[in-house]
Design a protein around this ligand. Structure first.
Ligand code: ZN
Length: 168
């Protein structure tokens, strides 16, 4: 593992190209772990809200389904296929928003989106917690769409928007 960052990354998939520096090794661990064993992955019986998302640039496809009671997200799961970043992002998102209110989930979308698209946004925003591992993605615009896909899909679900979400 220790050799990988020093010997370059030419043999890694395109999705891992941004994960090159030692500084990002910890982030890489979190993302690879969630890619290998995604949390809350699979169908959700009796979902109240759902939406489908597509990132044509990379080919990521995700569905997000939620159960909501009194404005609280009591369960959330995702399905689909995509690159490591899109899958890890969806996994971390579901982990994070379960038990939150819909309003809190929307606020997290805004913070996460800002982290990935605004070069001046702080990368250590405490409110984001573990989601801050994606801060490194913002230097790679093509990967940003992978990381935000799950969140755009989540927002469509809570808006009860049934059109296919596209990052394009
Ligand atoms: Zn992707």
């Amino acid at each position: 593992r220790g050799d990988r960052s020093s010997c370059g990354s030419t043999d890694q998939g395109a999705g891992d190209l941004w994960l090159m520096s030692d500084l990002r090794e910890l982030y890489q661990e979190v993302i690879l772990d969630h890619n290998r064993s995604p949390r809350n992955f699979g169908p959700l019986e009796g979902a109240d809200l759902r939406a489908d998302g597509h990132n044509p640039l990379c080919g990521d496809r995700l569905s997000v389904a939620l159960k909501v009671e009194d404005g609280l997200v009591t369960d959330v799961r995702f399905e689909g296929s995509g690159c490591a970043i899109s899958k890890a992002s969806a996994s971390l998102m579901t982990e994070r928003i379960k038990g939150q209110t819909i309003d809190e989930a929307r606020a997290l979308f805004d913070r996460f989106h800002r982290l990935l698209t605004d070069q001046t946004a702080p990368t250590d925003d405490a409110a984001l917690g573990k989601l801050a591992v994606f801060a490194g993605v913002r230097d790679y615009p093509a990967r940003v769409k992978c990381a935000v896909l799950a969140w755009h899909t989540l927002r469509a679900a809570v808006d009860d928007n049934h059109e296919l979400v596209s990052t394009e």
